[in-house]
Design a protein around this ligand. Structure first.
Ligand code: CMP
Length: 144
């Protein structure tokens, strides 16, 4: 299995609930390593730029309002099949449709306040990681 990197955002709702550790524990239990991390309260222009792909969707304004409502905890995760593995751990975007035992089923309240974001493809992971982190901010040492 190829080692990959993916971007994870623990969103403002999860920060307000004080459950960063519970969420990170799920990544680590699944064999994903956190190789970069930062707290960041996104500006409106940063959030709009990050989610530009959704700019024409009806939910765009609510998404941006929510993402600027408080700080996020942004990480780079590394591990075998990291992109898909993280998506499996997160569960469906809509917590009502997410499988029990996934982060969104267990911790999220709504499709907007859905606790976490994760890159949806290897190409987008590369783009999203470079949006938030320079290579010097990423812990590049090999993990077992
Ligand atoms: P995220 O993985 O961060 O990517 C885009 C976000 O838009 C998504 O999680 C949801 O929080 C939010 N969103 C709100 N409504 C929808 C919708 N109908 N479909 C997809 N994403 C939505």
């Amino acid at each position: 299995m190829l080692k990959q990197r993916t971007l994870s955002i623990i969103k403002p709702d999860a920060i307000r609930k004080n459950i960063i550790g519970k969420i990170i524990n799920r990544f680590e239990e699944a064999g994903l390593c956190i190789i970069a991390a930062k707290f960041k309260k996104l500006s409106r222009s940063e959030a709009e730029s990050f989610y530009y792909i959704h700019k024409d969707r009806a939910f765009f304004k609510e998404l941006i309002d929510f993402m600027v409502s408080g700080p996020s905890f942004i990480q780079v995760l590394e591990g075998d099949d990291a992109v898909q593995k993280n998506r499996n751990i997160m569960g469906n975007t809509d917590p009502k449709k997410a499988d029990i035992g996934t982060i969104r089923a267990d911790f999220a309240d709504s499709i907007d306040a859905n606790a976490v974001h994760g890159s949806d493809s290897i190409d987008n992971a590369v783009k999203e990681i470079s949006f938030f982190f320079s290579e010097t901010e990423i812990y590049a040492q090999e993990h077992k």
